[in-house]
Design a protein around this ligand. Sequence first.
Ligand code: DAH
Length: 337
Amino acid sequence: MDKILEKLKKQALDEFTKIKNSQELEDLRIKYLGRNGELTKLLKELKDLAEEEKPRVGKLANEVKLALAEKLDDLSLHLQGKAKNSIAQATDLTLPGQPVKTGSLHPNTIIQYELEDVFKALGFRVLEGPDIESEYYNFEALNIPDDHPARDMQDTFWLTSGEVLKTHTSAMQVRAMEKYGAPLRAIFPGRCFRYEATDASHDSTFYQLEGLMIDQNISIANLIAVMKELLKGVFGKEVKVRQRPGYFPFVEPGFELDINCLICGGKGCSVCKQTGWLELLPCGLVHPNVIKAGGLDPEKYNGFAFGLGLTRLVMMKYGIDDIRLLQSGDLRFLKQF
Ligand code: DAH
C-alpha cells in the first residue's frame, strides 16, 4: 500500500508539471482527488487493511492527499497570476484614456473671469475684499454716516461684533486707495449679502463687480467709454442702454446705466419687473469725501466708480429667469454650463 501511494504521488506530481491551463488543472484535480479519483479510491480501501497497519498507512495517505491538494492550489494561483499578466500585456497604452467626469465652472465664475480679462486688458488690477466688513469701509468711508437715510437702501446683515456682511463691493474702494494710492485702476469682484425677501430677481447672496479708476482729470466721458467697452466685452455686441441720474452718497454726479432686458427683448417680464429695462450699472464720479477717506487729495485727484450687478449680468447672458437657481446647487441646472 505504501508503495502504491508513493507511486501515485510521484505520477500525479509529474502530470501536474505539464499543466498549461486551468481546464487541465481541473481535469487532474478530478482525476486524483475527485469523488471517484485515484487517490480517493485508495483511501476507500484503507478500511480493508489490518488494524495495526491502518494508523500508519492512513497517515501517509493523508499526507499524499494534502501534498497533491497543496500543489494544485499553488498551480491554480500561478495560472491566475499569469492570466492577469497577459491581460496587462495586452493593454494598448496608446489607446485614448477613459473619459473622466470633471466639474465645470459656475456661470458666475465664467462671467467674472471674462470681465477680469476685459479689465486686465485696460490696465485694471483685480482685488478681492473680505466678506465680513467693518461698518467703516462698508458705509462711513463711503460718505454714508450713521444717521444717513441711504443706509436704509441696503438691508444689512449686522453681526453681533458690530461688523456687517458686506452689502456691496464698494466697500473695497477706500481699502484699495489706502493700499495703492493714486493713480489707481482696479476692479473688485465679490459676494454681497442683503437681508432681502427673495423672489425671481432678488436673493440674499449675490455677486457684484466694482470698478474704480482714480487719476487726474477723469471725466464722465472716460466713465462712459469704459462702461461701453465692458458691455461690448460681455455681450460681444452692442446692447441698448439708457442713462438716468441716480443717487449714491459716494458718487457725485451719480448715474444708473440700464440695459435693455435681454430675457424678454424689452417687452417686459418678471426679471425686469415688466419695465423692459434692467438696472445693471450704477456709476458716477467718486465723491471728494471718499477720495479723502482713501488718503488722497480731492483737489488733485478724482475718478469714477461703478458697481456692476454681476449676478444680473449672468442671468441676462444665459437667459436665466430665476436668480435662486444660481445658488440652488441643483446639478440639473449647473451641468448646463
Ligand atoms: N454699491 C452700490 C449698490 O450696491 C452700487 C454702486 C453705485 C456702486 C454707484 C458704485 C457706484 O461704484 O458708483 O447699490
